[in-house]
Design a protein around this ligand. Sequence first.
Ligand code: UGA
Length: 442
Amino acid sequence: MKIAVIGAGYVGLVTAACFSEFGYEVICIDNDKYKIKKLKKNIIPIYEPGLSDLVKKNAKSKYLLFSNSISKIRDANIIFIAVGTPSSRRGDGEADLKFVFSVVNDISKFLKKGKKQLVITKSTVPVGTGKKIQDIICELRPELINNKDYFVSSNPEFLREGSAIEDFMRPDRVVCGVTDKKAEETLKELYRPLNLREAPVLFTDIESAEIIKYASNAFLALKVSFINEIANLCEKTGGNVQMVAKGMGLDNRIGPKFLHPGPGFGGSCFPKDTRALYASFKKNKIKNTLVKSVINFNEDRKISIVNKIKNLLKPNIKNKVIAFLGVTFKPNTDDLRESPSLEIIPRLRKLGIKIHAHDPAFNSEFKIKEFDKVKWYSNVLDAMKNADLLVIHTEWNEYRGLDLLKVKKELKNPIILDLRNIFNLDDVKKFNIKYYGIGFKS
Ligand code: UGA
């Protein structure tokens, strides 16, 4: 089976590398010449555990090739579209599908009559996009007949950054939206290597598959916001949100995952996808309050974190120093997209607070306007020297094992605000450090 993956971004690259690991011949195509040049030299543009080894290994054995030329889709049985669908610049939250449709235009030229190629969207696309793709191909290549010469399907991804390879190899489920038995058979064959792990492969119509992706992300975002709201209550009334989450999570209908409170969800998916789902409701003139509340709550969340910090630093906030640990939206990634830190740090800077930051994934791309005047440290203890407050923003493993005795010695004021609850209140208290977390009284 020959596979072409269009888009060598996060999703495309992981998909291409994992399918090549199954022994399929995969070509990963991107119009970014610089990126492909680097990939051909095994230089991976993103930080994802395990990805580099997988790419190197399969590129060496020639199961995985890279190219700039979209015409290479000619030879493929399956063509994945895995390009970005960012929020549109209009500011209405809708997903911008210009990259998807541009790829569809390009691949239409090279689809082969009678080859029965499968065109699959991996990109997160709003409901109705699969149908539009069918219409575009039909218009550009009227001699090709959908569900005879070629097939359009939807196969959304459920990969988490930081554990994408594991998620691909051991998925909770694979969702395939199809309109034809032949497409279903091809997808069954494609995912056969996962049979051993008994991964359920669910076949639906294309619209359902498209909605499953958004509904899943929005539901997880709702869970996160819900526990963050319960955390607010615990902070006022007593009670510990972690115990509450545990007690709730033991109910199989609720489950323990995505009930960790924090500074709000971020990343390239939840914020964008909740906005796009809300836009779909609006576009279809359906009243929606739930998804909108999740979006609003998450926006406000970052402001309430800034207020929490202000309260800990008052009365003289100006020129106070904060040691800020972790700026990425979650650990094991160098991704800053929509990280709460991008909102929190500029607001703190505006108050005249100095930020001494550390992040294990720090690289030159962290030097952005939102982090203007932030002082970066490569050693975590150095970042704490003489700080008035230590804020833990991202739960990197490196921070979990911090030697609290050393931490106390470095800080000017021994106060920690742990936005991820990586420590235990009683453990920290033993060091005479004032410890504040999320969702409990200190
Ligand atoms: C998310 C989904 O989990 C994936 O299934 C999906 O494929 C992906 O989006 C996507 O659409 O491509 P990801 O954005 O990598 O994956 O990150 P998550 O691990 O889901 O975390 C999202 C945000 O929620 C992070 O900011 C994280 O800190 C926050 N979060 C998560 C919490 O605050 N508490 C939790 O309990 C869980």
